[in-house]
Design a protein around this ligand. Sequence first.
Ligand code: NDP
Length: 482
Amino acid sequence: MRKHHFIGNAWCEASSGETLPIIDPSNGAEVGQIARGTAQDVDAAVAAARRAVGETFDGPWGVLSASERGRLLYRLAAAVQDRIEEFALLEAQDTGKSIKTARTDAIFLARYLEFYAGACDKLHGDTIPFQTGFTVMTIREPHGVTGHIIPWNYPIQIFGRTVGAALATGNACVVKPAEDASQSVLRLAELAAEVGFPAGVINVVTGYGHEAGACLTAHQGIDHISFTGSTATGRLIAQAAAERHCPVTLELGGKSPQIVFEDANLDEALPVIVTAIVQNAGQTCSAGSRLLVQRSIYEPVLQALAERFRALKAGPPHLGLDMGPLVNRKQYEQVKRILAKAEADGLQVMARGALHPEAASAGYYQEALLYRDVPHDNSLAQQEVFGPVLAAMPFESEEEAIALANGTDYGLVAGIWTQDGGRQMRVARKVRSGQVFINNYGAGGGVELPFGGMKSSGYGREKGFEGMLGFTVLKTIAIRHG
Ligand code: NDP
């Protein structure tokens, strides 16, 4: 367990000397400590990053060519690839996720780094036809020092897609991982140093979000903020960044619909619908948490899903079951509050999964739940639960399906299940969400596919080539040569 910040390729104690406990969510026991970062630590990390990139991109990182950056990223990707089990174990222990999910995350981390390694020297500007006697070009430059606020649900994947893209475009990074999930991010920064990244390119300050995170967001030396987390904290971050006109990318929550039409291939749809809500115990921004089913097939679809839900098991991460515990007491209590409200509203649990006998009573376990006939305006159909809870409701027509799909504050992802090609495109075009999947959900992770929200799900795009653009500033240079 690493209990220091990682700044300028060195382990540093918290300047306050204080630490925070690491709690194992599978049994509630304290298993270590992390440094409690404060403004002084954030100052040190930002200064180290600035030295790496240089005031005018003349630092040891700033002077590297795109292909040299790419080579370093490839080395990091390969080093991660050689250590999938190490990262999976760290991630499973820290967050409580099932070791199966953690392994997938580690594989995706390697793939993100590999993708951005290859993309480094493929990003370029344009020349623009202009008046005779001029040549005009655009070039893409890094912001400089980028701040990354990383949540606890997918720390290494989110590191891969935000820090990977920021490094690929030539930024130096200061990362504040969630207090509940700092270990894998600290190890990654250490590994980057081991494979040859110059000092200060990746710095990690741990601690509380409202302390270290807020200092990072407000810091004058940060040129761009990338945030993944709740809509409420996203709003705070955007406000703090607006004070100094700092660009922000916000990847917030969702209440994403899975829309099942009567001609859907149910053999394909049903397993995917289940996975899309129980993966990572439902603690996924893009979870398919609302199920809209055409009335004519509503009963058989729900009966078949109920059977699948009853077979789901939650237990300690090392067992590799469908789910581990929720990440912490706060998240556990939030889910229980939402479920108590659902019960008070008279909503019907149609099926529930089970807890494995080894699930300690002190752990934060929540079994999978399938609710039927959830009224569209009930909070269970509107509010992000961030737990393994699926809210099902029927619809009659394509128009109604679209209205229901669009009828929340969110707009992150939508799944459409139908064999009708015309309907696939009509619905895909009318649904207000950043990603639409037809006859699949998530496209197996889609490292290459731009990802981000509309409405309260945030703005800016991560992943794929598009994800790099946000980490650059476009400069126009006009040459008058006669
Ligand atoms: P937060 O949005 O509060 O936390 C996300 C990240 O932001 C963490 O790293 C956190 O650090 C940090 N943070 C918190 N407050 C500040 C601040 N004032 N300034 C800068 N950084 C800050 O989410 P929670 O962990 O409290 O979870 C609450 C809900 O948010 C969940 O139930 C879920 O609905 C949603 N969520 C969505 C995620 C997504 O993927 N879109 C991811 C996580 C949560 P720390 O943890 O140390 O406080």
